[in-house]
Write a protein that binds this ligand. Sequence first.
Ligand code: GLY
Length: 261
Amino acid sequence: KEFMVRAKVPTARFVIHETFTEFKSRITQTPYPKVLKLDGLAAGKGVVIAKTEGQALDFADAVWNKRVFGPLPQKLLEEEFIPGVELSYLGFCDGKNFIPLSSSTDFKRVYDNDEGPNTGGMGAVSPSPYHTPEIEIKIKERIIVPILQQLQKENFSFNGILYIGIMIDKNGNPFVLEFNTRFGDPETQSLMMRIEGDLLPTLVSTAQGTLASAPNMTWKNETSIFVVAASPGYPDSPKIGSPISGLDDFSADTEIFFAGV
Ligand code: GLY
């Protein structure tokens, strides 16, 4: 978030808290609902959208007092909630150049109709239905160019995959929710079904800092949909040990991926 401010990329207003006492005394800085994010990996459980002060305090209590997410110290990000639709914008970066992958959107609530607890993603679609030519221009101008300029200004040669989580608000403006320096799960499963040719030359160019002369990646002009099948109780207390069956019943254009089985 601090890099986003320095690069002047659009992002929700935020405050960083470091202790429960400090959180409690400053909690009124953004209106409700507000987003609370734990600084660290939490298997999709480190983010809550608090509708009331009670919910915000409960989460802070779980982090700092009950230590549900592990030992202290933990930082908590409090940020303004931006209603809209999400777009996962991934690309290869060598510090000076950025080659985007095709677009995707993942869906994080565990049950149908976008209900239930948050997960890392129960499914994804590529290309994203929210990726339009207009939004592509805005993302390039307002996010990618400033990121590359700031990386160079800070003499920070980031070579790798950059996952930019974007919220598109009701006026069609993109805001960066987060950066991840890894592929997205499950976005990548739907993306890789559409890639044409070989990924390896792009990976090598990323590592060697030669993306400027790397060929653009090409994508099948087809839609890929990825759906997660999880055990009952997922994500909080999934039932372990259930047999998996029926894998022969899928058509030839279906790929099965396994994770945590
Ligand atoms: N699907 C969300 C993520 O990979 O962070």
